[in-house]
Design a protein around this ligand. Structure first.
Ligand code: 4NP
Length: 169
């Protein structure tokens, strides 16, 4: 009996989930920023992007108005966003998770995600990848935290896409 699995005949989009705590501030913004960058590089067809939170407080709600305002300021739209939660049963549905901070990463690993599947959002802005900073949670602060989060996402977008383009699992 031939036990070798067949070579894939068509390339399915890589399923990438951006993850934060509430899924109303950072990860929805990451989703639209990286989607736009992918489309600008005509790479959109290679990926399926969504976002989710590890917490359940905002399930079904729209994006935080401050995140929506920053998106809109930069020509992006968060009007359709509906917050969702990632739990252990959803882990097998995704190829790659992009965590906004270390707590998000720890939570994903505790849900059963493999270490190699969980990237830190800010891994791509610096040559020195040993110390990766968080995208700080802007929820309890003012508008500047959202602007800073946007800039961090922009600074990492092309590096993340380059990595995902070559991702072999
Ligand atoms: P996010 O921000 O994780 O970037 O969506 C937060 C949103 C809501 C809460 C915390 C962080 N909250 O505690 O409700």
């Amino acid at each position: 009996m031939n036990t070798q699995s067949a070579a894939p005949t068509s390339k399915k989009p890589l399923r990438v989930l951006f993850v934060c705590l509430g899924n109303i501030c950072r990860s929805p913004l990451a989703e639209v920023v990286i989607k736009e960058a992918a489309n600008n590089h005509t790479l959109g067809h290679l990926f399926h992007f969504e976002s989710a939170g590890t917490g359940d407080w905002h399930i079904g709600k729209g994006a935080d108005t401050r995140s929506a305002a920053i998106a809109s300021h930069y020509g992006l739209n968060l009007g359709q966003h509906k917050a969702q939660q990632i739990t252990a049963k959803h882990i097998p549905n995704w190829d790659v998770f992009v965590a906004m901070d270390q707590a998000n990463k720890r939570n994903l690993l505790a849900m059963g995600a493999h270490e190699s599947q969980v990237l830190m959002m800010r891994s791509f802005e610096d040559e020195d990848t040993t110390l990766v900073a968080d995208v700080p949670d802007p929820y309890y602060g003012g508008a500047t935290g959202f602007e800073e989060a946007y800039q961090m996402l922009k600074d990492n977008a092309d590096g993340l896409l380059g990595y995902l383009k070559g991702y072999k699992g």
